[in-house]
Design a protein around this ligand. Structure first.
Ligand code: ADP
Ligand code: LRH
Length: 493
């Protein structure tokens, strides 16, 4: 029986991890080899990726896996969207890549939007305009450092950059580039009108390749250093959200579930709420609601909204830890669960309010948001956490309703994936707020999606089998909406 082992390296905002993926007997398993922090580093009041440290951590993970679990066939890196680094003509990294929570785009957004209004960005690229998008960051970089036009020869999105550092081959993988605001809506080519209007050099964009492309082998020097043998390096679904969505076991939607109408919530630092469509949805209504179009593994479209997710809770917990009163994720969830249901809804936050998007004192910002919007201020830690979770569930529910309006068909059930589904209260609140069945799992969705896409690139599985393999490999947890809420929903129809 064939056993395939490979490494999925997933760089999330709450941590980076090197995961061993094992495919055997028609099932896929992931095992954590190494987990390490992946916070932004600050220098001169700007926020950056710690590229060298991360590369070191990834190498340690490969070394460990090769020694204890080898032989390994391949590796692939996925990261969050929008961030990038530059290579010079010699193929060396130029400058440290910025982190999107850096604030250098603030000063240039108006100038960019004067040349290319948000509605046109949406029409030309399918992407919702946002100051974190690559297009805004690149525009800011070129304004601040005009010499970049000469010095930079390629722009590599972060997973492409790390895959390049491993293999020496530079490509532009479509799923990660679909977050940039620089490609056409189906991510098949650069959005030439955008580049022209903003005077961005097209030569910076490398050769586009689809998710699941073998781009080379681990550099010989690294093979020797890490004792790994000739690993293949694969451009996977290198956007973490594309990988997460590739792991969703659609088709488990229960009695009401038609596959086409199942939605997803990828629940980590961000909450990504959406569904897959055959084509990008470019209507003014989709734009006005705040949706974006990104590419999925296999070339379908992902219509989704980026909602500032458990970041709110992570930042709150970070503040408490710094004040010497740390609280684990599990303790946080349990505290909020302890509140009585009937009095637990204290205030509702809009998680996407710009107030919450940058690092800082989250409880203080929540307080000022509540005062600004005339709502009671949550006082205890339990109340603060509960307010965050209830607000996330409310914002998921309104987004699901918008999706139903846009597609003209009801959402049958919702697949929740990612680290956040370990918060059972959040899953239950989401079932209650949406009135839909929640099918939760897998937790390590990005890593599993990353593994599956590598397996297709290696020719070990067919793309069409991937979701069945996940369904076979682990059972999801189901949450039903509370009865009172179903009744009140039906009453309104
Ligand atoms: P990312 O990929 O953005 O780093 P993850 O998908 O790993 O995010 O999800 C991280 C989030 O999952 C954390 O912010 C935390 O809120 C939640 N989480 C992780 N572990 C637990 C747990 N044991 N109980 C409840 N929530 C958890
Ligand atoms: C989630 C994510 C999301 C956005 C954001 C920047 O981790 O990738 O899809 O692109 O980070």
């Amino acid at each position: 029986e064939e056993i395939i082992k490979l490494l999925a390296i997933d760089l999330g905002a709450s941590s980076g991890r090197v995961m061993l993926g094992t495919y055997a007997g028609g099932k896929v398993e992931v095992e954590e080899i190494r987990r390490f922090p992946n916070g932004p580093v600050e220098a001169d009041e700007q926020l950056y990726w710690d590229v060298q440290q991360l590369f070191h951590e990834m190498k340690q993970g490969i070394l460990e896996a090769a020694k204890s679990r080898g032989p390994l066939q391949s590796l692939s890196v996925d990261t969050w969207g929008v961030d990038y680094g530059f290579l010079d003509a010699e193929g060396e990294l130029l400058y440290s890549p910025h982190h999107y929570r850096d604030q250098r785009m603030e000063g240039i957004a108006l100038a960019l939007e004067a040349a290319l209004p948000p509605e046109e960005q949406f029409k030309l690229t399918g992407n919702q305009s946002s100051p974190i998008n690559t297009v805004y960051q690149l525009f800011a970089d070129l304004q601040a450092n005009p010499e970049l036009t000469q010095k930079a020869s390629l722009l590599l999105m972060m997973p492409d950059l790390f895959n390049y550092m491993f293999s020496g081959t530079a490509v532009a993988e479509q799923t990660i580039w679909s977050t940039s605001g620089l490609l056409n809506p189906d991510s098949s080519a650069p959005a030439s009108e955008v580049l022209r209007r903003l005077e961005l050099p097209v030569k910076l964009i490398p050769r586009l390749v689809p998710a699941g492309t073998v781009i080379g082998e681990l550099r010989p020097g690294l093979q020797e250093e890490l004792g790994s043998g000739p690993l293949k390096v694969i451009a996977g679904a290198s956007h973490d959200t594309a990988s997460a969505v590739a792991s969703i076991p659609y088709g488990l939607g229960g009695s009401t579930g038609g596959e086409g109408s199942a939605a997803f919530i990828s629940c980590g630092t961000w909450s990504l709420v959406g569904l897959e469509t055959a084509e990008p949805i470019l209507s003014a209504e989709a734009d006005a609601y705040g949706f974006t179009n990104e590419s999925c593994f296999g070339g379908t479209n992902r219509l989704l909204k980026n909602i500032t997710g458990l970041w709110l809770l992570q930042e709150t917990q970070r503040g408490w830890a710094e004040a010497g009163e740390p609280l684990s994720h599990q303790e946080a969830a349990e505290l909020a669960e302890g509140l009585d249901r009937s009095t637990a809804r204290i205030a509702v936050l809009d998680p996407n309010d710009p107030l919450f998007s940058t690092p800082g004192d989250m409880p203080l910002r929540i307080e000022s948001y509540c005062i600004r919007t005339g709502q009671p201020v949550p006082q205890s830690r339990a109340e603060i956490i509960r307010t965050i979770l209830e607000s996330l569930a409310q914002s998921y529910a309104s987004t699901i309703r918008e999706l139903e309006t846009l597609t003209g068909s009801p959402v049958s059930c919702i697949h929740m994936v990612g680290g956040g589904i370990q918060n059972k209260l959040l899953c239950q609140l989401t079932a209650d707020a949406t009135g839909k069945e929640i099918i939760a799992g897998p937790v390590e969705a990005s890593a599993i999606g990353n593994v599956l896409v590598q397996l297709t690139a290696l020719g070990a599985i067919e793309a069409s089998e991937a979701r069945t393999i996940v369904a076979r490999s682990s059972a999801p947890v189901r949450y039903q909406p509370a009865l009172s809420i179903i009744h009140s929903d039906q009453g309104g129809q």
